[in-house]
Design a protein around this ligand. Structure first.
Ligand code: ADP
Ligand code: MG
Length: 251
């Protein structure tokens, strides 16, 4: 893990992160730190650079400058699949599940396949996978839908299934881009419950607009504006920050 000048260990340390698209700095000298077992929410007006920050962390977009340290590993030098392997999972805005497969099959194919598994080991392996699929299905409220074709799930259930497909890989850092968009109020409450449960074992970064949902999950909130941190701290602190009010009223 990386150590900041204050001497504290963080799961994720982003420092001086910058990306320039044809001279336009979508993320501009950004620094923030995520603790173990923390749920960090990133908010900010459209175009603030929120999605780009996740793209940079997961290696989809290359940084122009700066550093992203995850458990001491410099992610800016790694390829996307290496970052996944290091323990970073990322959910995009639209669920990418296999609509033709069942819930069970979607979870099963997401289970990380070990190498060198032969013969007698296979049986043990199968049981391990099946147990894990059931455990995750219960966590994502789909234990009664394991044999249902994914296409038949509600929009909210599809979002949960995709979260489950990431959880079965047991990431140490999970990043979610607007996970409750299009969900009912009841589904949002359940999603908050789910996120609060899974941070017992990991850290989570969530981009979200729904302030009730943010209040239900956030440990700390980072407000982005023009690719920089405008304000950071508790929900109360950022909501009462005059700089934040100004940016949101301006929109
Ligand atoms: P947010 O998620 O906060 O709404 P984004 O991170 O999607 O914002 O975008 C931040 C800014 O960067 C926007 O002005 C967007 O148009 C621009 N941008 C994002 N990705 C690219 C890209 N690949 N090429 C050029 N501009 C981009
Ligand atoms: Mg976005």
């Amino acid at each position: 893990m990386s150590v900041t000048p204050m001497g504290k260990d963080f799961v994720l340390s982003v420092e001086g992160l910058t990306v320039s698209f044809d001279g336009f700095k979508a993320v501009n000298d950004l620094s923030f730190y995520v603790d173990e077992n923390e749920i960090r929410v990133i908010i900010g007006p459209n175009g603030a650079g929120k999605t780009t920050v996740l793209d940079l962390i997961c290696g989809r977009t290359r940084a122009t400058d700066g550093s992203i340290k995850f458990r001491g590993k410099e992610l800016t030098k790694l390829k996307e699949h290496q970052i996944v392997h290091a323990g970073v999972g990322r959910k995009f805005q639209n669920p990418s599940i296999y609509e033709d497969l069942t819930v069970f099959e979607n979870l099963e194919i997401s289970f990380p396949r070990g190498r060198n598994v032969f013969g007698a080991l296979m049986f043990k392996r199968d049981k391990e996978v099946i147990d894990k699929v059931h455990e995750i299905a219960e966590l994502i409220f789909l234990q009664d839908d394991l044999n249902k074709q994914a296409a038949l799930l509600s929009h909210g259930q599809k979002q949960w299934l995709e979260i489950g497909m990431l959880l079965i890989q047991d990431p140490e850092l999970l990043m979610l881009d607007e996970p409750v968009a299009g969900m009912s109020v009841a589904e949002r409450k359940q999603t908050a419950e789910l996120l609060n449960k899974i941070t017992k074992d990991r850290s989570v970064i969530v981009i979200e607009h729904d302030m009730q949902f943010v209040a239900d999950i956030a440990n700390r909130v980072t407000v982005l504006h023009q690719g920089k941190v405008l304000s950071e701290g508790s929900m109360d602190k950022v909501q009462n920050d005059p700089k934040v009010k100004e940016v949101y009223l301006g929109h």
